[in-house]
Design a protein around this ligand. Structure first.
Ligand SMILES: [Fe+2]
Ligand SMILES: [Fe+2]
Length: 492
């Protein structure tokens, strides 16, 4: 079994990153990270992970981090306690935590690409004309005229209830995941109220005025500011906020935002490569929870929930892959420290799927060449996010290789056996096993015997026989199926 370092490097370290102190050790032939003391900054860690949320929202990279910066500029004009300031910081950074949960539904209802839909919807101002134009432009793409007409008529007829349903799912889920990551109710409620409008015309609760949490009001305005500034410039962004004062936005907050937006150097600062470093050095980024090993497990678990919510066919996938990974590692005799690290790789291995449209992920038939090319990008997208986080640097390398094969016919790089470490091989076996034993868009879950029959034929070409046998032995020694309530981390 070969355990060489990964031979490729996708790109250099992210700007302004890697301030966490990490000590490394060597175990089973690979380098593994440990959190050194309590020096991993939560703001930096979640700021990096927020890039995965940008992918799901079809937003230009760094959207959540820029929103955080905009909101914190505004916060400087408000009389907030240090604790409230920190809560606002994380509300802004994590406002899109629930974004993956309605992607499949958008795709199915509107028969469209959810990424383009979500990106362009951020420019709709809520007037009937704009909403109608948006629906006409984005519904039933690629369908016949008749089918398209039927879909358009259907969604227009139910537009109010559909918007509430889609936003409710997103907001509830986002708040739930924020609580899972130990954030305060203020952060959870700030995320849950993101799409409420000052005049009561928003969703899902249609609350108005001061009933809307202050942090939700700021987050929505920061979002619109970023989207309009990047696309049309800061002047257009300020005008947009002023035009929606009293309808979408708190009229008292609008002048504070426009003062920030019209201040000299706003556009340059917002688009500067140093912005991320500036956001991560904000005192609020350090004013909250300490990142230790347990909390890193919890954050990995919370993000696996975001990943798996993207498609009904990946529901529970990351958690199960993490579990099978752990079973294999235990069977191979790996110690608990290494197993814990591998569980995180299992939980996060498909992070890049957040950047793949549900039109592809959930397609019931064979993918076209172009669609498969998009699908093949997901390990690269995930690597691009994880490599930004110093404590996940090695996880990033292992996760990026989960579709590689021993015979070099895998993707995205076509790595050969000599390039694939034991950890990479373990993750691949766990991933394939779950893919076979879970429902897919194009077939039902296979029974255990059938899955093993298929994997028997993959030995030596796609998967490592010794690791595959470790999985078989571990499965034979456990109840099957046993998918519910699995721990997401081995007990240390
Ligand atoms: Fe994958
Ligand atoms: Fe996977």
């Amino acid at each position: 079994m070969v355990a060489t370092p990964t031979p490729y490097s996708l790109s250099g370290p992210g700007p302004g990153m890697m301030v966490a102190t990490v000590s490394s050790g060597v175990l089973h032939g690979v380098t593994y990270p440990k959190v050194g003391g309590q020096t991993v900054q939560l703001g930096e860690l979640l700021g990096a992970l927020s890039h995965a949320l940008d992918l799901t929202e079809g937003q230009p990279e760094g959207h959540c981090v820029r929103c955080c910066w905009i909101g914190m500029q505004v916060a400087d004009y408000l009389d907030l306690s240090q604790e409230d300031r920190a809560d606002l910081y994380f509300t802004l950074l994590l406002k899109d935590l629930g974004c993956s949960s309605n992607a499949a539904r958008i795709c199915a209802l509107y028969r469209t690409d959810d990424l383009t839909f979500k990106r362009n919807f951020k420019f709709v101002d809520g007037t009937t004309r704009q909403k109608l134009e948006f629906v006409l432009r984005h519904t039933g793409q690629g369908d016949s005229r008749l089918k398209r007409l039927k879909t358009v008529t259907g969604v227009i007829g139910r537009s109010g209830s559909l918007a509430t349903e889609l936003i409710q799912t997103r907001c509830d889920r986002g708040a739930e995941i924020a609580r899972l990551m130990r954030f305060s109710e203020q952060v959870a409620e700030g995320i849950a109220g993101l799409d409420e409008h000052w005049n009561g015309g928003g969703h899902p609760a249609a609350i108005s005025g001061d009933e809307i949490p202050l942090f939700s009001r700021i987050a929505l305005m920061a979002q619109v500011t970023d989207v309009f500034t990047l696309q049309m410039g800061s002047k257009a962004a300020a005008t947009e906020l002023e035009e929606r004062a009293g309808s979408w936005f708190d009229p008292d907050l609008v002048p504070v935002f426009t003062r920030v937006i019209r201040s000299p150097g706003f556009y340059d600062a917002l688009t500067s490569s140093r912005l991320e470093a500036s956001v991560f050095s904000d005192r609020s980024a350090r004013a909250t929870l300490t990142v230790d090993e347990t909390y890193l497990d919890e954050i990995s678990y919370a993000f696996s929930k975001v990943i798996d919510a993207k498609s009904p066919f990946t529901y529970g996938h990351s958690e199960r892959v993490a579990h099978y990974t752990d079973m294999i590692c235990e069977q191979l005799g790996h110690d608990l420290v290494h197993r814990r690290w591998m569980v995180r790789a299992g939980l996060l291995h498909d992070l890049g799927k957040l950047g793949v449209s549900n039109a592809i992920l959930d397609k019931p038939g064979k993918l076209t060449e172009e669609e498969f090319a998009c699908m093949k990008l997901h390990p690269v997208l995930g690597h691009d996010v994880l490599r930004r986080i110093s404590v996940f640097e090695d996880v990033a390398e292992v996760a990026a290789a989960h579709h590689e094969r021993l015979d070099g016919k895998g993707y995205p790089y076509g790595l050969a056996a000599a390039d694939l470490t034991t950890d990479m091989r373990v993750l691949t076996v766990a991933d394939i096993f779950d893919a076979l034993t879970a429902d897919r868009p194009y077939r039902s879950a296979l029974p255990l015997e059938k899955a093993f029959e298929i994997m028997d034929d993959m030995q030596g070409t796609a998967i490592d026989p010794a690791i595959y046998h470790a999985l078989k032995d571990a499965i034979a020694a456990s109840p099957w199926p046993a998918r519910e309530e699995r721990p997401f981390s081995p007990k240390l």
